[in-house]
Design a protein around this ligand. Structure first.
Ligand code: SF4
Length: 171
């Protein structure tokens, strides 16, 4: 199966989901505690970070390091049709739920995509394709499908599969 899914973040098509959905704790990576499903207080009313140019120096290197692997724009555009919790605050819970699962799906897809470059044998390549397909339902993801996705099981299977490829990357 080809992989047409965007695995690179495009913040211009996202509703600032990474600054609303996840929680973070005050630490060397973040300057204060933020609960889940809650807009960061550094976010302006249009979904822009007011300290974006100085994140690391202002105590938020975790925001610089964070990568949604393209899950943000996908949830915003594909699952919610371009709607945003910024204009419709009632969307915070469902957008959070969808983003937190989609972010894991895209992280797993990114790892499998990287593994495609390894010199896999036929069995390994079939295994990789099968796992990719499980992360890409034929009719696409919906809110409902995301809410029942067995993401922990999928992640465990994919991590085990990737560990089985270790011989391709070890000296
Ligand atoms: S500090 Fe800026 S980039 Fe980090 S979560 Fe808050 S608004 Fe988003």
């Amino acid at each position: 199966m080809t992989n047409p899914i965007e695995l690179r973040a495009d913040c211009t098509r996202c509703a600032a989901l990474c600054c609303m959905a996840p929680s973070f704790d005050k630490s060397p990576s973040f300057g204060f505690d933020k609960p889940p499903e809650t807009p960061c207080s550094n976010l302006d009313g249009e979904g822009r970070c007011v300290i974006h140019a100085d994140l690391a120096s202002k105590g938020f290197p975790g925001c610089v390091a964070y990568d949604c692997h393209g899950a943000g724009q996908r949830v915003t555009q594909e699952i919610f049709g371009g709607r945003s919790w910024l204009a419709e605050p009632q969307l915070k819970p469902p957008m959070t739920r969808a983003f937190m699962v989609m972010r894991r799906i895209h992280e797993l897809l990114s790892m499998l995509t990287a593994a495609q470059a390894l010199p896999l044998d036929d069995g390994e390549r079939q295994g990789l394709n099968a796992l990719q397909n499980r992360l890409q339902p034929s009719n696409g993801w919906s809110e409902e499908l995301l809410s029942t996705a067995p993401i922990d099981d999928l992640a465990a299977q994919i991590h085990a599969f990737l560990r089985s490829l270790k011989r391709h990357v070890s000296p």
